[in-house]
Ligand binder design. Structure first.
Ligand code: HMG
Ligand code: MG
Length: 308
């Protein structure tokens, strides 16, 4: 479809990260049964790629200590892919044993964030990722690479786009099929996202990049639009805008999936996700957590239902 000078794609893939990126930051312990029910509802709404949990140290992220129980309890269907964060071989082996379809390694573009988040330097994290990716290849498990702080770091401030490219290229060369560009603290704007992609895209093709925008400054939808215009076709988002990163103080949740689907519906871009069922899944977890959804679209839909 054409809108002005932009050729919009026919479809976009959304990876729903609420059960992982969203819940990892919650202080209230969410029982495994609630996590499984949330994921079941997300899958029933049409989400085809769901980041279900993390196989990380339970001392670092106690909320996700039940990763294996959650992964084992998930409904399966053809075309539905469950992914999990794995920081090292120990995490990968646990994820594999629990039946994960895909794993994600995570590396930062900032030394300070790398130390706070995974207790090692960027170089050490790449060294950790290498055997994990090799083991995943042997097991036939696709690996996604997250690159955090691609716009700014909570400790170091702005990160130059030129710093991102070599790390992304290294992860791709090791065998990641895609790099998800993490604006961890949601500081990006359409301008900085465009500037980043203009540095990356000459060497890395758009189909090997995804956008992972947190919405701290309310810019995530604009960032999606900027990335869409430059050919990015895969975005991460979180139902109800849940979440944040425990090692990035003040960063709020990801872009809400309801808001992303509403934007894409308006552009006639197919996602396979039913907005009403998605919003109901968001309401389910908001009710459990005892607070309203962060999604503007979910709140508008709920208000419309109250009036009707
Ligand atoms: P460490 O303490 O340096 O590691 O943590 P260690 O190797 O010394 O191990 C310490 C203990 O953890 C040991 O247990 C290990 O067995 C255990 P102990 O002997 O003390 O009983 N351990 C594990 N347990 C379970 N699963 C594992 C595992 N590995 C070691 N995989 C480590 C290093 C990486 C493990 C730790 O720092 C960690 O788990 N960090 C995770 C932090 C995290 O999950 N952060 C949030 C996700 S990143 C994010 O949100 C950003 C993203 O969304 C993109 C964006 O927005 O930018 C992805
Ligand atoms: Mg994130």
């Amino acid at each position: 479809m054409t809108c002005g000078s932009t050729d919009w794609p026919g479809s976009v893939l959304i990876t729903e990260v609420g059960p992982r990126d969203g819940l990892q930051n919650e202080q209230t312990v969410v029982p495994a049964a609630i996590k499984i029910e949330l994921i079941r509802r997300l899958a029933a709404a049409g989400c085809a790629s769901i980041e279900a949990t993390s196989f990380v140290s339970p001392k670092w992220v106690p909320q996700l200590a039940d990763a294996a129980e959650v992964m084992r309890g998930l409904p399966r269907r053809a075309g539905l892919r469950y992914t999990a964060l794995t920081p090292n071989l120990k995490g990968f082996e646990a994820a594999l044993a629990a039946g994960v379809d895909e794993v994600a390694v995570f590396v930062a573009a900032s030394e300070s964030f790398s130390q706070k988040n995974i207790n090692c330097s960027i170089a050490e994290s790449l060294d950790r990722a290498e055997p994990l990716i090799a083991a995943a290849q042997v097991a036939g498990v696709p690996v996604r690479g997250y690159l955090s702080c691609v716009i700014a770091c909570p400790y170091e401030g702005a990160i130059a786009p030129e710093k991102i490219r070599p790390i992304a290229e290294m992860l791709l060369a090791m065998g990641c099929y895609e790099i998800s560009l993490g604006d961890t603290i949601g500081a990006g704007t359409a301008g900085t996202v465009q500037a980043l992609l203009e540095v990356l895209l000459p060497g890395i093709s758009a189909d090997r990049l995804a956008g992972h925008f947190h919405d701290t400054y309310g810019q995530a939808l604009a960032n999606v639009l900027a990335a869409l215009r430059l050919g990015i076709r895969h975005f991460d988002s979180s139902v109800g805008g849940l979440g944040g990163c425990p090692y990035a103080r003040g960063a709020t949740g990801n872009l809400a999936t309801e808001d992303l689907v509403y934007l894409l519906n308006g552009l006639k871009i197919e996602t396979g996700i039913d907005l009403d069922r998605l919003a109901a899944a968001g309401q389910f977890i908001a009710d459990f957590l005892g607070r309203p959804s962060h999604s503007r679209v979910a709140r508008a839909l709920a208000a419309k239902q109250e009036v009707a």
